[in-house]
Design a protein around this ligand. Structure first.
Ligand code: GDP
Ligand code: MG
Length: 361
């Protein structure tokens, strides 16, 4: 699962990327050199995994992962909106993180000449919508011509769905804000529309605004009152510096600056959640691990995240809610209190479920 960083030039994308990946990235290229990107794997911080590791004294611990892309040479760094400005690699992302500049820095020019968070948020949305519109118009044109020549229900249906999508986009509505019927959703999936991707808005504030982070969050809270959208406020520059420190130093440094929680942890967790992902957990004397599944997965398909045999030979899942496990502190205690549930194939796995699968092969 990939989160692509997007935003105006000099808004702090690379700074945020270096912070989330702790400077540990690989450089890759995708299709063309123009689309060169930096890619970094990021572990999703999870206090539940930490607790269970301690509880079971597991020598091995595995966190969930998300990947981030920082697209080098994204010419959105010019201040123009044309289709070719959006690198192909962003289409491959499963979600976007829009870094919006709020920090003042006289030595770093703002491409639009002034700081204005709302303007930049709206402008990027318009650009995404516009890009999708070009794509859908081109395809619709072809499909409509085809529909005239061959009388084919499938072709006619595609034309109808594309027309509907075009109408939505023409009202300047990003596709992420609308829910299409699953069958229409499937038909347009191949286009990988940019405005359809869930988006995290990251407001990048300056060092001098650290004590105003809560106020800024409140000021822009309305921005996230839309489907598939979330908001984080961070100081990219400080987070990048924090990310380079050893764990212990980081804690004391954060305390000194009055930072309550790592903003990066929030960014990473929110990305994970926007991607529609949840974790179920397994724990034992060998390993504690967070397993990534799509929200809404059944117990049987979740078992497949571990091994195909678990899914094929699924008998049942033994489930303990994380909070119950935390309260009881061990499997024997959980059982004593009758808090372990037996669930069948169709049970919908919840975020934080601690699971043992029973299967036979
Ligand atoms: N003062 C300040 N400068 C920042 C902050 N974030 C980024 N910058 C600076 O802004 C410039 C552009 O940042 P960069 O991450 O390269 O932006 P990108 O073009 O979006 O990748 C660099 O000189 C950064 O040091 C911040 O939070 N505070
Ligand atoms: Mg950059």
């Amino acid at each position: 699962m990939i989160v692509g960083l997007i935003g105006l030039g000099l808004s702090g994308k690379t700074t945020v990327f270096n912070a989330v990946t702790r400077g540990d990235a690989e450089v890759g290229s995708f299709q063309s050199q123009k689309d060169a990107f930096h890619r970094g794997r990021v572990l999703v911080p999870d206090a539940r995994v930490d607790f269970l590791t301690e509880m079971s004294q597991s020598p091995s611990v595995v966190y969930a992962e998300v990947e981030y892309f920082d697209v080098a040479g994204f010419s959105g760094e010019k201040d123009s909106a044309s289709e070719s400005d959006i690198p192909q690699v962003l289409r491959e992302s499963d979600a976007l993180a829009h870094v919006v500049r709020a920090f003042a820095n006289d030595s770093v020019a703002h491409p639009k000449g002034s700081i204005n968070v709302r303007r930049d948020v709206e402008a990027l949305d318009e650009e995404l919508v516009f890009t999708d519109l070009l794509l859908v118009e081109r395809r619709l044109d072809r499909v409509e011509r085809q529909a005239k020549v061959v009388k084919d229900d499938k072709v006619r249906h595609e034309a109808e769905v594309l027309k509907k999508v075009k109408d939505i986009l023409e009202q300047n509505t990003p596709l992420r804000s609308v829910t299409l019927p699953p069958e229409e959703e499937k038909l347009i999936r191949g286009f990988r529309f940019l405005s359809e991707k869930p988006m995290l808005i990251i407001i990048n504030v300056g060092e001098d605004q650290i004590d105003k982070i809560d106020a800024i969050k409140a000021e822009f809270a309305d921005l996230k009152d839309k489907p598939n959208l979330d908001l984080a406020v961070i100081c990219g520059k400080i987070e990048m510096e924090l990310a380079q420190l050893p764990d212990d130093d980081r804690q004391s440094f954060m305390a000194d600056m009055g930072l309550k929680e790592s903003a990066l942890d929030v960014v990473i967790r929110k990305s994970y959640s926007l991607l529609g992902l949840i974790s179920f957990l397994t724990t034992g004397d060998k390993e504690t691990r967070a397993w990534t599944i799509k929200r809404g997965s059944t117990a049987q398909s979740a078992a497949g995240a571990i091994h195909a045999d678990f899914e094929r030979g699924f008998i049942r899942a033994e489930i303990v809610a994380y909070e119950d496990m935390k309260r009881c502190g061990s499997y024997p205690e959980v059982k004593k209190h009758g808090l372990m549930r037996l669930e069948g194939k169709t049970y919908i796995v919840q975020d934080g479920d601690v699971v043992i699968f029973r299967f036979n092969v």
